[in-house]
Write a protein that binds this ligand. Sequence first.
Ligand code: SF4
Ligand code: SF4
Length: 374
Amino acid sequence: MKPGTCYPENYALSANIHQIIVGLRKMDLYSIVDGPFLWIVLLAFLAGFLMRISFFLCAIGVSSRSKENRQFHILTTLARFFLPFHKAFAKKPFYAALRYIFHVCLFIVPIWLSGHIVLWSESRFEWDWIALPDAWADGMTLSILALATYFLLRRIIAKNIRQDSSIRDIILIIVAALPFLTGYFLAHGTLEFIPILGENMVTLHMLSGEAMILTALFLFYTTRLSIQKCTGCASCVQNCPTETLECNDKGGVRLFDYAHFQCICCGSCVGVCPEGAAELRHEISAKRLFQVFSKREIRSVELEACERCGAYFAPEPQMEKIGLTFASECIKCCPECRKTKMGDRLHQLSPWHRQKTPAKHPGLLTRKASDGHT
Ligand code: SF4
Ligand code: SF4
């Protein structure tokens, strides 16, 4: 084939592509957001949702602890997709209650909003269902916005929370709140006096809604162990019902591993942690979607070596904390050496031991007796 020549079918393909590009140029942003992009987002969400459920069922299937409770774990975890009820409620009841209200509103408003139901009934599906009264929808939308503002300020202002937060945590709150903010402006015509915003509010509302749906696809509710607070005691590991959390002592370090698809978000680790170091937090990650069985390291803690035999026997932060309460030289020893040391001490204090001592050192007995010692 000579350079510059082209097969007829290639001409046809080029012409088709050209037509699509010309068509896209003619379309405004709204028709893209309301047409092909909306379908791509909805189909991606549906496929991703089914994929996540399949991965979760596989991961729960390989967890070896609590086999008889697997079905219960599966059902409760699916319910937690929408309402994050778990055993850690008692640790922060006020904050947990606010989170539940936020999630309930986040779920109810988009589905039962009259404006959305009208769009479904006018679509090719002609689906229709009972809508929320508009006043309720408004109240719930304002609750979402108020709570999102509170969560955002809490992350930015409170120093201890800021230390454990990342920029992704802040972006997540903004992404969750934006569709409700633009929806409220749209319903009430709040910003219509600003032409550029008023004219494009529908597009902004749809774009922000689609961004939220896509984000939900890559959103995980995962366990975190705070570096500042965790002492490495491993109570969380012992109480994890699905072996999602594991720890191993290797060469003077205790490593904590975590498998996110295996986690049923039960909150047991949060509930039992004596330091308030375990937390269940949202995390956005595209690569985690494809890491089905792999475990990742979420915490490592140095181990204390016994001062007698050199064996590693307990996490350093935990021993430091115990040392604040008990001032005994025995706590620097491993359990075996501690027994030996205590045995030696008791032996020295025993009357038989003391009776023998004067026979060897008669001068010492005389001096102690004269000093008034018994
Ligand atoms: S229970 Fe708390 S302090 Fe102990 S290892 Fe787990 S997170 Fe750390
Ligand atoms: S890691 Fe925590 S929340 Fe996840 S299953 Fe184990 S105990 Fe439950």
